[in-house]
Write a protein that binds this ligand. Sequence first.
Ligand code: SF4
Length: 60
Amino acid sequence: MKAVVDPDLCTGCELCADACPQVFHMEGDVAVGGDVKAEDEDAARLAAEDCPSSAIEVTE
Ligand code: SF4
């Protein structure tokens, strides 16, 4: 699974990086996702649901 952040939608609130640092990190004012390990999938999905800007897309 992958988690991709749309930099045009991300407001840099850092919620995802705080909630799920194993997947998301900040690069300046924008969050960046990446490959999601099996044990982190639930946390990544939750971070996507909780993103106030709906900027995170998770793909299988
Ligand atoms: S939760 Fe959403 S808006 Fe906030 S930093 Fe993460 S991707 Fe950006």
